[in-house]
Design a protein around this ligand. Structure first.
Ligand code: UD1
Length: 422
């Protein structure tokens, strides 16, 4: 079981580099199912979510070769995966639906898993495929889609990231043109569109609320380098802002994370952009108000790391979570360290500035787990963070090592499972 031992840290300093974005890499790996030709993806981060998706893609017929951090995939004859167990392990696995349906006229996928941060239905994905002419059949635990795809008009009731991606993927090989309205605008959507366009697709409007796709009869291979991870970058910036010091984050795209950067500046830290990267100096002190929204609003994935920072701010910070209904699970763990957090439905009131004491805590989900690692830095003494489901390694390519390179004392231990919930 993954257990992290985190010691109190007053100061982080030095520099670190950001990996490629998990949420860009996963859909781009699925895009590789769209062609027989080899698709090479550069700088693929070492994440267990990537490993799981590769197992799923192999089950879908993809050949995979690895050369360092470069992956090449090719898929002569794609088919639906047989193992439901694998798909239920990660949410992004649902993104094989669009490519399989588009290439073979048939897709059967198990209902996806992932963090238990909300209900996370896939109705918008299915409605999108139906708008492109697919017939859908829902059975308990899985969905089957069938039909030759043609272009269509799709309006998304909510700008879902995954649904936008799945529909884009499917529409690239549909007959005729597709228009997606109220599409998600996240940078990872633009990245998927860029990769698909490099594969010969014809997509415009990526990154805006209306995306147009002209279907092609086939796509070809390409070599692609995904964008840096704005959530990993934001997590490191929050860690730096919790402690006094000066950290240079390299390989960052500040234009992808304006909402986070403005909140950080409101806490009182200094941010300086240069050709080398983004430098954060000083310690945050002023409380903040955060409301999670679809991009370009404040990302829900940054809510937990920002709450860790709020533990150190003087006064009461307010967090309103509007994207997922069950995304404050980390608050209970923070309370074990002595944090003063009151939850009322989708609002969390965090009164910071208290002295926190190290304790045994759990990683509740991917971003919540990372937030607990940060909270451990703020707590006096030693914190033992148990992560039996390996949430943190799903989405961070060695967060302890990144923090250590900045001077933190974070170790992965082999401690046996200890019961911490009385
Ligand atoms: C993606 C990200 C995840 C991030 C989330 C929101 C990946 C691999 N994951 O997840 O890190 O937290 O965007 O920025 O990119 N919804 C429906 N029906 C659907 C689809 C979604 O009701 O068919 C709802 C969800 O329950 C949720 C909201 O829409 O309340 C946002 O979900 P969505 O944008 O789809 O998130 P994911 O693509 O799952």
């Amino acid at each position: 079981m993954a257990t992290y031992r985190i010691r109190h840290c007053e100061q982080l300093s030095g520099e670190c580099s950001i990996h490629a974005a998990k949420n860009a890499v996963l859909p781009i790996l699925c895009a590789a199912l769209m062609t027989k030709e080899p698709v090479t993806i550069e700088r693929v981060p070492q994440l267990t979510d990537v490993d799981t998706l590769l197992e799923i893609l192999a089950e879908c017929g993809a050949g995979i070769s690895r050369n360092g951090d470069e992956l090449t995939l090719w898929t002569d004859e794609p088919h639906s995966p047989s193992s439901e167990n694998l798909l239920s392990r990660m949410r992004a696995s649902v993104l094989v639906m669009g490519p399989l349906l588009a290439r073979t006229g048939y897709a059967r996928v198990a209902l996806p898993g992932g963090c238990a941060i909300g209900q996370r239905p896939i109705d918008l994905h299915i409605k999108g495929m139906q708008a492109l002419g697919a017939q859908a059949q829902l059975t308990p635990g899985s969905v089957t889609l069938e039909g030759e795809l043609r272009g269509g008009n799709v309006y998304l009731d909510f700008p879902s990231v995954g649904a936008t991606e799945n529909i884009i993927l499917a529409a690239c090989l549909a007959r005729g043109s597709t228009r997606i309205e109220n599409a998600a605008k996240e940078p990872e959507i633009i990245d998927l569109c860029s990769c698909l366009n490099d594969m010969g697709a014809k997509i415009s409007g990526g990154g805006t609320g209306t995306i147009f796709i002209e279907g092609r009869t086939s796509l070809h291979g390409c070599t692609y380098r995904p964008i840096p991870d704005r959530i990993e970058a934001g997590t490191i910036l929050c860690a730096a802002a919790m402690t006094e010091g000066s950290v240079l984050v390299r390989g960052i795209r500040p234009d992808h994370m304006r909402a986070v950067l403005f909140k950080l500046m409101e806490t009182g830290v200094t941010l300086r952009e240069s050709a080398a990267g983004l430098r954060v100096s000083g310690r945050g002190t002023n409380p903040i108000q955060v409301r999670t929204l679809a991009y370009p609003g404040f990302p829900t994935d940054m809510q937990a790391p920002m709450m860790a920072l709020a533990l150190k701010l003087r006064g009461t910070s307010v967090f309103l979570e509007t994207v997922f209904e069950n995304r404050f699970m980390h608050a209970r763990e923070m309370a074990r360290l002595g944090a003063n957090i009151r939850i009322e439905d989708r609002i969390a009131l965090v009164t910071g500035g208290r002295t926190l004491a190290g304790a045994a805590v759990s990683s509740t989900d991917l971003r919540g787990g990372a937030a607990m690692m940060l909270a451990g830095l703020a707590a006096e003494g030693e914190t033992l963070l148990q992560d039996p489901q390996g949430h943190i390694a799903r989405g961070y390519a060695d967060l302890p090592a990144m923090l250590r390179s900045l001077g933190a004392d974070v170790a992965v231990t082999d401690l046996p499972d200890i019961s911490i919930h009385g």
